[in-house]
Ligand binder design. Structure first.
Ligand SMILES: [Fe+2]
Ligand SMILES: [Fe+2]
Length: 321
């Protein structure tokens, strides 16, 4: 762990345990993660151009709906999805929306920016062959965490600008780790294809999976590295340092110094996702035992209201995205 004065504080210091007593396969995977992350050539997924431009707009007070409309028109897939989202039950008005501008007027600039960023990242970053199910679960979890984090941020009067984004990206390290694992699995698949060809045996590459990779090994490496890898990627993407700090400390908010409030918000967003079972098995929490609620000075009535309001708000955006 870096201390606050270290230039790498909150930027994803990735350390890999050298000695482990787990399976040889896990040792190989850890080695690969170490190699990949420490290599200068680390091939992190690119932050899509549309997402980068949305972020730039967030920093430009003069940017308005005209600019966002121009941006969205460059990407027909996103433009079509925006129309679909604006006509979903959560946003739908009396009339059906048929133009992009009407959709934007209905949803407002901030919501539009959040949705455009989300669609852009989902389409370009949440991709890895053979891990579609895992990525879909992480996506559902991420959207839910974004919505809940924004709800909490509003309640406690924290500037909501980044709460949605920080919630959406809090587990982005898992996505990058999945891409490393998918690459490894692809290499093993190709080896197997060659081997079976040499033996003249029939083989369906689609059915190939590394033994225990998905159900046992991936969860172990997620737990070990996802926060640090995520913060590292956020720094590479030049996201505001506040966001990389949230990602680094979202499971241990008390270690966050510069971004303590928003990290606490996303910490709660995450555990509430587990409580409701968004992208994971349900792991109910007792709010009375969660100091973080009270650290943010939420009253018991506010907490209860939050619990009541979460399902409808999350369902709406999950369905839309
Ligand atoms: Fe996490
Ligand atoms: Fe999470």
């Amino acid at each position: 762990m870096t201390d606050k004065n270290d230039p790498n504080y909150g930027r994803g210091e990735v350390t890999v345990e050298e000695n482990d007593s787990l399976s040889p396969a896990l040792r190989v995977i850890r080695g690969r993660i170490k190699e990949t992350v420490s290599a200068q050539t680390f091939d992190i997924p690119l932050l899509p151009g549309v997402a980068t431009q949305v972020l730039q707009m967030a920093n430009n007070p003069k940017a308005g709906l005209d600019d966002l409309e121009k941006l969205v028109k460059q990407d027909q897939v996103i433009a079509a999805k925006i129309l679909q989202v604006s006509n979903s039950p959560f946003y739908r008005g009396i009339s059906t929306i048929v133009s992009l501008r009407d959709a934007m007027n209905r949803m407002g600039l901030t919501t539009m920016k959040d949705i455009v960023f989300s669609l852009s990242v989902k389409g370009k970053v949440f991709q890895a062959r053979g891990f579609e199910k895992e990525l879909e679960n992480i996506w559902q979890h991420s959207v839910a965490c974004a919505v809940i984090s924004q709800m909490i941020a509003k309640k406690v009067g924290i500037d909501g600008e980044y709460s949605f984004l920080a919630g959406l990206l809090h587990d982005i390290g898992k996505v990058v780790l999945i891409q490393i694992l998918a690459q490894l699995e692809e290499e093993e698949r190709q080896k197997k294809v060659k081997e079976m060809k040499t033996l003249s045996k029939p083989f369906d590459p689609k059915s190939f999976k590394i033994d225990q990779l998905h159900d046992v090994l991936a969860p172990v490496v997620f737990q070990e590295y996802h926060a640090a890898v995520g913060a590292f990627v956020a720094t590479k993407w030049k996201l505001p340092s506040l966001i990389s700090q949230v990602i680094q400390f979202h499971h241990e908010y008390a270690k966050s110094e510069d971004a303590r409030s928003i990290t606490t918000v996303v910490y709660l967003g995450n555990i509430l996702c587990h409580h409701f079972g968004y992208g994971h098995e349900e792991t109910p929490i007792e709010y009375m035992n969660e100091k973080a609620f009270f650290e943010l000075s939420l009253s018991v009535d506010q907490i209860k209201k939050l619990f009541d309001d979460i399902p409808a708000a999350v369902d709406a955006l999950q369905t839309a995205l």
